[in-house]
Design a protein around this ligand. Sequence first.
Ligand SMILES: C[S@@+](CC[C@H](N)C(=O)[O-])C[C@H]1O[C@@H](n2cnc3c(N)ncnc32)[C@H](O)[C@@H]1O
Length: 411
Amino acid sequence: MEDLSILKPLYGPYFLAKTKSGNKVKVPRTVSGEKWKGILLKENTYLPTEWERLNFYLRRVPSCGYYPFCSGCQWQHIRFEVQVKFKKALFEEYLGFEPDKVLISPSEWGYRIKTFLYLKDGKLGFKKAWFYDLQQPVLNIDHCPLLHSSLNKAIFLLKRAKLPDSLYAVELLANPQNGEVFAKLLFYKRNFPTEEVVNSLVENLKPAFAGIGIYKGEYLHWERIKIAGRWNSSIRIGLYNFLISPDAFIQPNYFLWKEFINIVRPLKNYRVGLELYSGIGFFTLHLSKFVETLYSSELSREATLLRKENLKRNGIKNVKVLQKDAYKHLKNFEGAELLVVDPPRGGLTKPLIDEILRKKPKEIIYISCNLESLRRDLEILKEEYKIVKSALVDQFPNTYHIESVIWLLKR
Ligand SMILES: C[S@@+](CC[C@H](N)C(=O)[O-])C[C@H]1O[C@@H](n2cnc3c(N)ncnc32)[C@H](O)[C@@H]1O
């Protein structure tokens, strides 16, 4: 057993702590200023077992019965306003400056419109936090307070249906404006069921979902085998109409959709803009107002078809839509004055950053869901670019995750 003094939040599911002998270690599910006794789990990570002093000013009683065992909400025991303070502090620690603006989710509950549930040994739910069970088996859940109510209803209906053991996972997408839910049912290649089993499962679930997709594959590569019902849905965000689909990325916190789109605008108007990682056009439609011509690309075919449709639906004609890898697009592109990037968690690749430094756009807007990769990429970009504005978007209350927007101008 080790004596642990909890120091500050880390960007991840842990707090930094000091042992009696002065070693810096990681401890989950605690809060700054507390004293705990804990047991060593692995390397420098301790499981807190007995508290000696709790920091009641920063804490609250977590309302979800699955806390602390679920891997989802790492910060549910922390008061919401304190969570936001911690996020600002992490933003400043990682990037070296305070965010100019913070978009706070109007509610810390019911904000998520997408979820991924595993099925194992008859249990449907999320993975358990590893520090409570190294194997991370599936924690059977009936309800998640972060999810939109229609997703919780869908979970209830999935539990009543007889799901085959060969099913690996279910990904759900809700349209929060009309309550429609779409389900992607993922089967490992080696476990793919017979056509009869698939058909009876689809028949069974059909009344509960606007659309059901059957997928075969492994890890990140899933091939769509069949769709029953519809595979897209309309949403309205401010002035814009969008078509969304279970096969294309959509920003997960629907309470912040409108404000998020509104803040992603350049500092001035430009002739030519280039937007990489554009998805379904979530930012593209609005960005088109600030440039004469916008070139907008994305790797996914599904997202590109939707982006094209979304521009058409909204009568926007100054955007050239392409399906392209971000690096390849930038490499063969000349003359962009504005560059907008919104990469996946891994951030920008080194060759892509080198290409930015060669092409020298006047302004860059960098949208990021990972402080680690953002810090790494800004370190390089800072040699030639000045950071002039920033925003923290608190898309993920009750978790440590942070979304950021950074505006850079050529020096
Ligand atoms: C964080 S999402 C952002 C999408 C969009 N900006 C939005 O807000 O909805 C990242 C997007 O990058 C796309 N993507 C992943 N790798 C890519 C690559 N190498 N080149 C271009 N796009 C890529 C994904 O398909 C995804 O749509």
